[in-house]
Design a protein around this ligand. Structure first.
Ligand code: AMP
Ligand code: MG
Length: 350
């Protein structure tokens, strides 16, 4: 629900930059419900026929990704999860999963395992694998300790071409922290290949934007982690992705505690230092993985992990409402109804 609000806010902000009826006539906006969220496609400067056609291409692609990448419902990824569990014997995987495993393994290593797509078992223990948000109480400590002892990691996978094998049969892959970014990258690649130069692919508030709108930058809103307002905006022209991980997206409360869906693989519990982490990077896949990783890393480790993952435009909001930023982010972000005294700029990232 929260993501839909952000989506609306993004649309509102971008519509504020409308400067003429002509520009409006060249603006195409359609949405689809895929990958568990509303994906909004904005195209500027193309004929309606062409925009309709590429929109339908993207719809077909996203539906395919949705079917292939669900860890628990019948499809390529759930098949991989079943076969990983069945034996240590090698087996052949589908190409749609291969690239996900390859790219996410590299990012997982750089994040020192804070972004860990082999975390599916723990997500299931917490009940966040279901469509419905689970209710409390939190799972028994013993189950979490058992998962921690397994040390499920992407390093346990051996991939040669399309042949996958593991020595750890507990592993369950879940690309919830990454697939959206990876999918948005594929969508932008397709748009570019069709000669579309100005567009936004916005998956529930996480997006990649290319080009501009009638010579004016796209304006992107970042949601306040508490409440439905916008905390900041960013102007984008060229080619950039903006991804946010937040503790408000999927959570329940039990005994006054918030239990949310971003889990710290070191403790087995929801990461509880930040409320929201936004990363800007050209690649949506990197921005998605990094937003999750830095959320998990917390105040002590986020700068080290950001440097390793190659991201230098980050805003992190902590529980006290403090806004921590890299210098590059601080230089470009526009805060909305937020006191600048709450901003701290990191000196560990250039
Ligand atoms: P995001 O909103 O991109 O941060 O992704 C959150 C989703 O990623 C969760 O709903 C889980 O499916 C999954 N997830 C949670 N914690 C982690 C983690 N530490 N590493 C990788 N995936 C995670
Ligand atoms: Mg993510």
């Amino acid at each position: 629900m929260a993501k839909y609000l952000v989506l609306l806010l993004v649309l509102l902000l971008s519509s504020c930059s409308k400067n003429s009826d002509d520009a409006q006539a060249l603006l195409f906006e359609e949405q689809m419900f895929v990958l568990g969220t509303i994906v909004n496609i904005t195209i500027y400067g193309e004929s309606d026929d062409k925009s309709q056609k590429v929109f339908h291409d993207l719809l077909t692609d996203f539906k395919y990704m949705q079917a292939a990448w669900n860890p628990w419902k019948k499809g390529s990824l759930s098949r991989v999860n079943k076969l990983l569990e069945a034996s240590e014997q090698p087996f052949v995987i589908g190409p749609a999963v291969k690239r996900l495993i390859e790219q996410s393994s590299v990012l997982s290593r750089k994040s020192e395992g804070m972004f860990n797509p082999a975390i599916g078992g723990l997500i299931k223990i917490w009940g966040f694998h279901q469509d419905e948000v689970p209710q409390g109480p939190p799972p028994p400590k013993a189950l979490i300790s058992t998962w921690l002892a397994q040390k499920d990691s992407m390093e346990d996978l051996e991939l040669n071409g399309l042949i996958l094998k593991t020595s750890n049969r507990n592993i369950k892959l879940d690309f919830g922290a990454f697939a959206k970014g990876y999918g948005v990258d594929r969508a932008i690649e397709h748009l570019k290949s069709q000669g579309v130069d100005n567009a936004i692919v916005n998956a529930g508030g996480d997006l990649r934007a290319i080009g501009n709108k009638d010579g004016k930058p796209w304006v992107i809103g970042i949601r306040h982690p508490r409440g439905d307002s916008v905390i900041a905006s960013l102007k984008i022209s060229g080619d950039e992705s903006v991804f946010t991980s937040g503790d408000y997206e999927r959570y329940y409360e039990y005994d006054g505690e918030r239990y949310h869906h971003i889990l710290d693989p070191r403790t087995g519990y929801p990461a509880n230092e930040f409320t929201s982490v936004t990363v800007v990077h050209q690649s949506a896949a990197v921005a998605d993985a990094a937003a999750t990783a830095l959320f998990v890393a917390g105040p002590q480790a986020w700068e080290r992990i950001a440097n390793k993952m190659g991201v230098d435009q980050v805003m992190l909001i902590d529980k006290s409402g403090k806004l921590i930023m890299t210098p590059k982010m601080e230089r470009r972000i526009e805060l909305i109804a937020t006191d600048h005294s709450m901003v701290v700029v990191s000196d560990k990232i250039k």
